[in-house]
Design a protein around this ligand. Structure first.
Ligand SMILES: NC(=O)c1ccc[n+]([C@@H]2O[C@H](COP(=O)([O-])OP(=O)(O)OC[C@H]3O[C@@H](n4cnc5c(N)ncnc54)[C@H](O)[C@@H]3O)[C@@H](O)[C@H]2O)c1
Length: 366
């Protein structure tokens, strides 16, 4: 049976999902309907990916269509409202683009709604599905690295602020109300990455950064996360510095280094650095093949295909969501606390509700 998807938000990232679904094949999955407030964008998406119908109103699509799942490819600040809409219309399986939400309160509301409806929401951290992550997991599991001590993750991209603040059509990245700015666009990856490898709940954070004078969005954030088990995460994210997605996992016997972790450019390498004696470092390289070749301006699209394949397994009951929703909720709470720590210039505790903590611990053991 072909899985039938509905997609909301036919902007830039929708094409990654459209290509992913096309590559998996119409015998397995199709986007049968799509919607966008810009109806012309919905029409052109429908034309490009062979959707049966398109809509200018997501609620109309959700009411009219029999769907197995919904893909939310809209702005972070809209996700709570749109998840509520999906659930109210009886659509309980949702793949939601990052960031899940832009406040801890919204993220916990999503958590409670999902629990109440027996629904599934998977946040679209596509990089988790790249073979690079499987290779890192394999190297860590082998045990040669010893005990993980601290993890550093960077996600920077130079976004020149050329659009006028009066220009309503400027990118969502430069608008506060959509969830624009570095925290929910870029830093959400870094927090997810350090938490994935620290594998502990966050306890307290500190941060520094800056606001865009043009748009009021946060355009740089640098922070430290102290985890409950004693590990430390360092996150660095700037829209004022050139592309950088370095990940370093520092442990008692090794440092693992990946140059581009979130959008790997095809085949890539995990470097395993061992200090033989001070200033003498032995480097071992683990090559990682990406199964598909580059395509146009979406060199990372393989991640989206692997993400969709994983989501299809979740729909079939054959796999658990990756990331678990508990991790996504903790991620949002951690980012919000980093923002508050930056604004208040204080070290702040990360306050995760007990029910989410309990689920996080269960998911960690699963
Ligand atoms: N995983 C990734 O690699 C990746 C990359 C880029 C963006 N994203 C995420 O994808 C989301 C969208 O980003 P984008 O760059 O594609 O933005 P975009 O502005 O290009 O696209 C968003 C689309 O949503 C539409 N929209 C707005 N309100 C709507 C509504 N109420 N109903 C239906 N459609 C509506 C807009 O008209 C637009 O076409 C964001 O959450 C972003 O963080 C993820």
């Amino acid at each position: 049976m072909t899985v039938k998807l509905g997609l909301i938000g036919c902007g830039r990232i929708s094409h990654a999902h459209g290509i992913a679904v096309s590559r998996i094949g119409a015998d397995k999955v199709r986007i049968v309907a799509c919607s966008d407030v810009r109806e012309e964008a919905a029409k052109s998406f429908a034309d490009a990916y062979g959707c049966d119908r398109y809509y200018g109103d997501a609620a109309a699509m959700l009411a009219a269509e029999k769907l197995d799942a919904v893909v939310l490819a809209t702005w972070p600040a809209q996700h709570l409202e749109q998840i509520e809409m999906c659930l109210a219309a009886g659509h309980k399986m949702i793949l939601c683009e990052k960031a899940l939400a832009t406040t801890g309160e919204d993220a916990v509301k999503i958590w409670d709604l999902v629990e109440k409806h027996g629904a599934t929401v998977v946040e679209g951290f596509m990089y988790l599905h790249h073979p690079l992550i499987a290779k890192l997991d394999e190297v860590i599991a082998k045990g040669d690295i010893g005990e993980i001590d601290w993890v550093r993750s960077c996600s920077s991209y130079y976004f020149p602020e050329v659009a006028s603040a009066d220009d309503a059509s400027r990118s969502w990245r430069f608008k506060k109300e959509t969830g624009g700015g570095v925290p929910w666009d870029l830093a959400c990856y870094t927090v997810n990455a350090v938490a994935t490898y620290a594998a502990q709940l966050p306890q307290k954070v500190s941060a520094t950064g800056s606001f865009s004078a043009n748009y009021g969005t946060i355009n740089r954030i640098f922070g430290t996360i102290a985890f409950e088990g004693g590990r430390t995460g360092v996150i660095e994210s700037s829209a004022g510095a050139t592309f950088n997605q370095a990940l370093e996992i520092h442990s008692t016997k090794r440092t693992l280094h990946v140059e581009t972790v979130f959008t790997p450019p095809g085949d890539t390498i995990v470097r395993e650095l061992a200090t033989v004696k001070p200033s003498h470092i032995h480097v071992k390289e683990h090559e990682v093949e990406s199964p598909l070749t580059l395509q146009d301006d979406l060199p990372t699209f393989y991640c989206y295909q692997a993400q969709m394949e994983s989501f299809l397994k979740v729909l079939a009951g054959a796999a658990k969501p990756k990331p678990a929703l508990s991790q996504s909720v903790v991620n949002v709470i951690t980012i919000e606390t980093l923002i508050n720590a930056m604004i208040e210039e204080k070290v702040l505790p990360v306050d995760v509700p007990q029910r989410v903590r309990d689920a996080w611990l269960r998911d960690q053991q699963a």
